[in-house]
Write a protein that binds this ligand. Structure first.
Ligand code: CA
Length: 228
């Protein structure tokens, strides 16, 4: 599974090493050396996961986590805190503030990768490789294939990501802004109308297998993927 990961780490050598390891296993890495820089970055692009150093100059990692959790737009982003301390109380504080996991330096690339996988599986199923199925519609992230019985549904890359997000977050209303953040990773430079265009394409592709009605318009709000 490949994710967009924001790495917030002030020590250049450690930042370099972690970024290298993440890229090696296929992730895309955004970097910030301060909490302030991280918060600015997140205003434009939402990462799939944040690796957040506890001890940062200026705004601390703990404070960054707190701010992200108190904002509707960023509260769901999985956070793994990185720290040099192995203090049990710090761990509890970090988790109480909303971090999803906690890893103590020094850690091996394998350990980090395992933690990332576990957190993503729990918090962001749309970027894992698990097959999803709704009403006979089957999406396999590994083969990038969508099918129903023996029919293959042909989708463009954006429609595929959109469908994957919908299928892993069914029965909820998603606004266009949320979809831009979640599927495009960008609600600033992409127009909301773009969402409607891809929804139309997705529906017409799903019509072939009789699944178009799963993509519902919620008037004045956005879209919902629902089998009801
Ligand atoms: Ca540090």
């Amino acid at each position: 599974m490949a994710a967009n990961i924001l790495l917030v780490e002030d020590e250049p050598a450690i930042q370099e090493l972690i970024a290298f390891n993440l890229v090696q296993v296929g992730h895309q890495v955004l970097r910030a050396s301060t909490g302030e820089a991280a918060l600015v970055l997140i205003r434009n692009v939402l990462p799939d996961l944040i690796l957040l150093d506890w001890m940062l100059p200026g705004v601390s990692g703990v404070e960054v986590a707190k701010r992200l959790r108190s904002d509707e737009r960023t509260r769901h982003i999985p956070i793994i805190m990185l720290t040099a301390r192995s203090d049990e109380q710090d761990k509890i504080t970090g988790l109480e503030l909303g971090a999803d996991d906690y890893i103590t330096k020094p850690f091996s690339p394998r350990e980090l990768q395992a933690r990332i996988k576990a957190v993503l599986r729990r918090r962001a199923p749309q970027i894992t490789d698990d097959t999803v199925e709704v009403q006979g519609l089957c999406l396999d992230p590994v083969t990038h294939r969508v099918s129903s019985n023996d029919s293959i549904v042909t989708l463009g890359p954006t429609e595929f990501r959109l469908l994957h997000f919908f299928m892993t977050h069914p029965e909820r209303v998603h606004s266009r802004t949320q979809l831009l953040d979640q599927v495009w990773g960008d609600h600033v430079f992409v127009e909301e109308r773009t969402v409607d265009v891809h929804i139309r394409r997705l529906r017409s592709a799903l019509a072939a297998t009789g699944h178009a009605a799963l993509v519902q318009t919620v008037r004045g709000t956005g879209y919902r993927f629902s089998s009801r």
